[in-house]
Design a protein around this ligand. Structure first.
Ligand SMILES: *[C@@H]1O[C@H](CO)[C@@H](O)[C@H](O)[C@H]1NC(C)=O
Ligand SMILES: *[C@@H]1O[C@H](CO)[C@@H](O)[C@H](O)[C@H]1NC(C)=O
Ligand SMILES: *[C@@H]1O[C@H](CO)[C@@H](O)[C@H](O)[C@H]1NC(C)=O
Ligand SMILES: *[C@@H]1O[C@H](CO)[C@@H](O)[C@H](O)[C@H]1NC(C)=O
Length: 444
């Protein structure tokens, strides 16, 4: 078994500026029986300047090519499977990607997952150490994480679990899981969760989560919907309250909502951009929700294969172009905040030329981001949903892939990473990185 107690950390200031941490890294669970000395790379926080992300270390604009692997914490609970997580982060970095979005929640364990939060405010230390490991490893590979704090869906507990906890505690809550957004006791549970995460000190690095530059941003919730309040006020006030709460505890990190990006009833003129009439009545509202104070950037998903399943490839392509243009333009001119496409997924299922279709649609996304980056506009990046490594097929869904098993898709991802890097990484040091890093041999 992984033995966290054997990890020893030394920390000392060098020249009073750099704080470099050497980690003695012992893993007696593997066949390797010798210690490995690791250094925590220096990494800067990401901020915003109007509609752009900025690397606070060098002041340069920061455009994102990244991916989702929601399963990293779960897979880190057992020592024997942690190498899969390291491999995913390493291979993501090899593809030139800089940001990974993953779950920093697992509530109740009712669906058979290993719970981080067993009951409100009660944590499984073993699982918290797994999250520590994910963050520590991400830093090692210079990958920044978007950490989502709760699910709107039922997987890994979600808002449903919070409402169940309240009912089990004798609280008079309505049967709707949407009381998650409005009941003071449930909001209290969630705030307590936020606080426990933000105040956590990583057992490997001894860095507090709220001080950890390998965290790109906190995401309030994965794909919030609030159907019982379809005109939106319940979700809107919850976003405002929770974003302000995070900022009261952590001023270093960016905060986003986690929206799918549907336009709500307040922006009826944009409803034709939605994938269908249904999308306006889910209780979310892209513009209003994203405009909230303390929300630093907007999040948008894109799933033409499930949103407009019967459309032709050409119709999906046109839909995707329009969807991205509209949101990037809103970010630039209405919100004045970066817009990150935090999930873009394309299915191969039931298609004669699935790979061709996926590459075509993915290329549309990447070209839009590249075009936006070239104009330093609000389209700040895209994160493919979702990547796996061999041996973690249990986390697969119809949109998942082991990228290197599909060389044409792999190449698209790598080229996107490199052309975006090349655009913004100027200077001697970065040129050196180009010569030796994942982008060596590629020219733009
Ligand atoms: C934001 O970017 C603009 C344009 O590059 C620059 O002039 C300005 O100083 C930046 N503002 C901050 C606060 O960094
Ligand atoms: C529970 O709340 C509802 C309305 O919010 C109220 O009508 C009902 O009387 C309450 N039940 C109890 C047992 O307090
Ligand atoms: C797509 O087509 C199937 C089969 O013809 C149909 O059952 C389904 O309702 C259609 N879906 C949409 C969103 O139109
Ligand atoms: C990027 O912008 C420059 C002008 O600033 C333009 O000449 C070039 O064609 C653009 N490239 C792309 C791919 O849009």
């Amino acid at each position: 078994m992984w033995n966290g107690e054997r990890s020893k950390v030394y920390s000392r200031p060098i020249l009073g500026i750099l704080s470099v941490t050497a980690i003695l890294y012992l893993n007696f669970g593997d066949k390797i029986h010798f210690p490995i000395i690791l250094w925590q790379p220096k990494l800067s926080f990401i901020g915003t300047n109007s509609s752009r992300f900025v690397d606070k270390g060098n002041g340069e604009f920061f455009f994102v090519n990244g991916w989702n692997s929601y399963w990293l914490m779960e897979e880190s609970v057992r020592a024997s499977s942690r190498s899969k997580v390291s491999e995913m982060l390493r291979r993501g970095a090899e593809m030139g990607m800089t940001v990974c979005r993953t779950w920093a929640f697992s509530d109740g364990g009712a669906d058979g997952s290993v719970a981080l939060q067993i009951y409100p405010g009660v944590f499984d230390e073993r699982v918290f150490k797994a999250l520590d490991f994910v963050i520590f490893e991400a830093r090692r590979y210079k990958i920044r994480l978007i950490l989502s704090l709760v699910n709107s869906l039922n997987a890994f507990g979600g808002k449903d679990q919070y409402v169940r906890w309240a009912r089990e505690a004798g609280v008079n809550v309505t049967s709707s899981t949407d009381s998650f957004f409005s009941h003071p006791i449930i909001k209290g549970y969630f705030k307590n969760y936020i606080k426990s995460i933000l105040k956590r000190t990583n057992s490997f690095s001894k860095v507090k989560y709220s001080e950890e530059p390998a965290i790109f941003a906190w995401e309030l919730m994965n794909e919030p919907r609030c159907l019982s309040s379809s005109s939106g006020p319940a979700l809107q006030s919850w976003i405002a309250e929770m974003a302000a709460y995070i900022k009261s505890l952590d001023q270093k990190h960016l905060v986003t909502v986690g929206l799918e990006g549907f336009y709500g009833p307040k922006t009826i003129e944009r409803s034709e951009v939605n994938p269908g009439q249904w999308a306006a009545s889910l209780g979310s509202d892209f513009l209003q929700n994203s405009a909230t104070e303390h929300i630093d950037f907007a999040s948008v998903h894109a799933y033409p294969d499930s949103w407009i399943p019967n459309a032709t490839l050409e119709e999906k392509a046109n839909y995707l172009l329009h969807w991205m243009d509209s949101h990037i333009s809103d970010g630039e001119y209405v919100l004045k905040k970066p817009v990150l496409f935090t999930e873009v997924g394309f299915s191969l299922q039931g298609k004669k030329q699935g790979l061709y279709d996926r590459n075509l649609l993915l290329k549309i996304v990447y070209d839009k981001i590249y075009e936006s980056a070239n104009k330093t506009q609000a389209g700040a990046g895209a994160l493919i949903w979702q990547l796996l490594v061999e041996g973690v097929e249990q986390y697969s869904d119809e949109f998942s892939l082991v990228a290197w098993e599909h060389p044409s898709t792999y190449k698209l991802i790598l080229e996107q990473s490199c052309r975006i890097r090349h655009m913004f990484e100027k200077g001697e040091m970065n040129r050196k990185i180009h010569h030796s890093g994942p982008c060596s041999g590629l020219s733009y």
